[in-house]
Structures are given as C-alpha cells and as structure tokens.
Design a protein. Structure first.
Length: 319
C-alpha cells in the first residue's frame, strides 16, 4: 500500500475489524500482525521509485511535471491497493451481534442501548483514555507529518547541496527517502514481531519508547550531512511508526469494553487528521518564518513529538 496520507483510512476500519474478532489478551498479537503485513507491503511500495529509476525510468522532469518514476510507482501501488482491499472486503468475516457479545462478555441489550446514541452523547460518555490518547495523537502526528513533508527537502539541501526540486540531486534525495522508508518498514516489521510477544499491561511503555525513538530519528535526519546516517536513523523511526499506528488503537479498544467501538474509532480518527490539518496550515507561516529552512521545520515537529511521547504516561488504559 502507498505509504503516507493514504494509510489513514485504515485507522477506523481495520482496528474495528480486529477488535471484532479478538479479545484483550490477543490484541497485542493481532494488532502487531496487522501492521507487520502492512509494512511488508510498504517495503515494496517504498522501493518502487528507486527500483524504477535503476531500470531506466526517468526520475527528473520539467518544473511542474511529475517524474515518470513517481507516476508509475503510484499506478502500480494503486492496482495493488484495489486488489488487496477487494480481497479483504470479500474474505473477511465479522461476528454477528450475539456471538460478538458472548465472545467479549458484553450484555447485548445494554450494548444495543449504549450504541443508540448521538455523536454529542458519544463525546460526553467517551472513556477517559479516549481524550488522553487524543492528546498524544495530536502532538505526535504533527511530528510525523512534518517528517513526511520536509525530510526530502531537508536532506536535499544538507546532503546533496540543492534546493531545486527539478534537479537530479533533489530527485536523488527523494529516491533515497524511498529507500529509507523501506528500511522503516523492515524495522517496524521486526519491532512488531517483538511487540506481539509482549503483555497487554506493557502497551504504554512500548508506545512511549517508540515515540522517543521517533524524536531521535527526526533530529538525526534533519541535521545529518551523511545519507547513511539518515538511513540508520530510520531504523528507529520504524519503531515509532509502528507504535503510533498500532498501540493507541489497542489501548483505546481495550478501554471501550466492546461498546460503540466502530463509532469511537471513527471519532478517534479526528485525532489523526486534525493535527495534520493544523500542521499543514501552520506550515504556510512557519516555513517563511524559518527562512525556508526545512530542517528547522522538522526540528519544530520534534518538539511536538517529544510532548506526545511524555503524554503517553498520562493515559489511563481501561478507564
């Protein structure tokens, strides 16, 4: 699947599907497996621009024109995305209400009454963990978004010595970022295997550790003049990327006790999208304020990521 903004649609549907078929003790393993498969596909997606360039597909183009290597990467990813989504939608089975209630130990009548409520009531009755995780998500996703958005430009200037998006050096920086994303996927996959063996009571520690790894990685990528250091830093970034895409959903669903899971996961997606909207709008003012230095933008995002990492320990799972 294409990495980046397109992955956000998973934050509501797939966690809901997983919660439907696993209990709390199985969630670490199930959510880890879901992300492991996603990152396995991400390795291929991330390497596509680099591989296509090596095969002779042009990676440069006139100003305002998307290079062929990028176009074909998106086309191939789109085909794979449609195939995988169709396979998942047609083959995945969900529990009927009676089986779900029995499996999760939920009173079916009480569950039906609880789910027959409006959005304002859902917000009013949201578990404490919902709001606390939203704070963590708000700060950490600004850091994530600023890395996605500005890493290529920062590396192009610091490592390849160019700020011209039409130059070969800038495109090389973009291709190298794709390789770094593949490394991210590999490290996240390995991190997921380790996390799948952890106890349910240690989720917050894994979550905070991952976000602290992101802080170190972003600082390294924003400041290094060596592409191999940037590549190594994305090993740590993979840990954090796995954490931010897995653990808040495991913590949240364990706090919902099987009630209004789909509704709350949909509302929780606001905590993923809203910081990116705010961060994007702020970027129009911050980039000129920082003199166009994209490394400063990444470091600014690191401050938010650090706040998010510390905020993990304010979350009251299960409440």
């Amino acid at each position: 699947m294409p990495h980046g903004r397109l992955q956000q649609h998973r934050h509501g549907a797939l966690p809901h599907g997983l919660d439907d078929t696993v209990n709390d003790k199985q969630k670490n393993f199930a959510f880890a497996c879901q992300q492991i498969f996603a990152y396995a596909g991400g390795i291929l997606a991330a390497l596509l621009p680099y591989v296509l360039t090596q095969l002779g597909v042009p990676n440069t183009a006139e100003k305002g024109v998307v290079p062929q290597s990028v176009i074909w990467s998106f086309m191939i990813s789109a085909v794979l995305l449609v195939i995988s989504e169709l396979f998942t939608a047609l083959r995945t089975k969900e529990y009927d209400p009676e089986t779900y209630a029995r499996y999760h130990g939920v009173d079916l009548r009480a569950k039906a009454e609880a789910e027959n409520v409006g959005t304002l009531t859902l917000f009013k009755n949201a578990p404490r963990a919902f709001w606390e995780l939203s704070v963590v998500q708000f700060f950490s996703w600004i850091g994530i978004m600023y890395t996605w958005t500005y890493a290529t430009g920062a590396m192009a200037k610091n490592i390849w010595g160019t700020t011209d998006p039409t130059s070969a050096g800038y495109q090389d920086a973009g291709n190298w970022y794709s390789v770094m994303t593949a490394v991210l996927s590999i490290s996240a996959l390995i991190f997921g295997i380790l996390y799948s063996r952890s106890d349910a009571g240690h989720r917050k520690h894994w979550y905070a550790f991952g976000l602290f790894c992101d802080v170190v990685a972003i600082v390294a990528v924003a400041t290094t003049q060596n592409k191999w250091v940037a590549l190594d830093a994305f090993v740590l970034y993979g840990f954090g990327n796995f954490a931010i895409n897995t653990m808040p959903f495991a913590i949240l669903t364990s706090s919902l006790k099987g009630k209004n899971v789909g509704s709350y996961l949909g509302l929780f997606n606001i905590a993923v999208c809203l910081p990116q909207i705010i961060g994007s709008v702020a970027g129009f003012f911050l980039v000129p304020a920082f003199g166009g230095n994209l490394s400063y933008m990444m470091l600014f995002g690191t401050v938010f990521m650090l706040i998010g990492a510390v905020s993990v320990y304010t979350v009251h799972e299960g409440r």
